[in-house]
Design a protein around this ligand. Structure first.
Ligand code: UDP
Ligand code: MN
Length: 251
């Protein structure tokens, strides 16, 4: 039986949201046994995301939780000091704990932000991870790529130009966790938001694994299948077009 890939994606309303979701959806679409858990950072679920998921044809779960005010970035605060998508990812894991029986379902959990670019191949590679699997991600760690250095099926070090002090100097998109690890072995593990840049990944991983236990993927960390792309915010003209929406703008 093919293990299920559970993909947890935090998302929030902005002009490029549908473009982002479309790019992720197109990477997920050819993948077998995949369940997409989309968690909106919002008080209420939006029609845009609900309609998008309904017409996607993907197996999905639509959740929402608004980031509490203390975790939101306020004006003048440095963007790196407040990690984003924290309560959304934790809610996705909580949903799995309450709705999936890990004794009947085997699988892995992956945290896929909506702005990254994914090669569909990564999902079939991560499917077989038994504990915590890792691989390189491009355009993170202030480098062309950052992530694990692997040799003979073991992680022997990490490549990054920034953040080497971190216990696990890897990106959110650089690892996946076996379902049983988060549902059976560590039923209370979760992401913890601290006001120190780049620590979110380590906050979860240090609760559930050790560097020596990490499983290299892609294989042996040899390929980049994920790019930490960031979409530019469209400006100027769009902002003055609100009235057109009422007149029946294409959606
Ligand atoms: N996100 C969110 N609420 C926000 C900002 C971001 O839910 O207020 C989501 C976003 O859609 C993405 C994830 O959280 O899936 C990480 O955000 P971002 O890509 O801005 O973080 P970075 O890649 O810069 O760490
Ligand atoms: Mn991002």
């Amino acid at each position: 039986n093919l293990p299920t890939v559970f993909v947890i994606t935090p998302t929030f309303k902005r002009f490029v949201q549908k473009a982002e979701l479309t790019r992720v959806y197109q990477a997920l679409k050819p993948v077998k046994n995949l369940h997409w858990i989309v968690v909106e950072d919002a008080i209420n679920k939006t029609d845009l995301v609900a309609n998008f998921l309904r017409t996607s044809g993907l197996k999905h779960t639509h959740l929402n939780v608004r980031t509490p005010d203390i975790l939101r970035r306020h004006r003048n605060e440095m963007r790196r000091m407040k990690p984003r998508g924290v309560v959304q990812r934790n809610l996705g894991v909580q949903w799995l704990r309450e709705n999936i029986d890990p004794h009947r379902t085997s699988g892995v959990i992956y945290f896929a932000d909506d702005d990254n670019t994914y090669d569909s191949k990564i999902f079939d590679e991560m499917r077989w991870i038994r504990g915590v699997g890792v691989w390189p991600v491009a355009f993170t760690g202030a480098a062309r790529w950052a992530g694990p250095l692997c040799k003979n099926g073991k992680v022997v070090g990490f490549h990054a130009k920034w953040g080497r002090f971190r216990p696990f100097p890897i990106d959110m998109a650089a690892f996946a966790v076996n379902l049983r690890k988060l549902l059976i072995d560590f039923p209370n593990a979760k992401f913890v938001a601290v006001e120190k840049p780049g620590m979110l990944e380590s906050s979860l991983l240090s609760q559930i694994t050790k560097v020596e236990q990490l499983e290299p993927v892609t294989p042996n960390c040899s390929k980049v299948y994920v790019w930490h792309t960031r979409t530019e915010t469209p400006r100027d003209s769009i902002l003055g077009e609100k009235q057109l929406i009422k007149k029946g703008m294409p959606s």
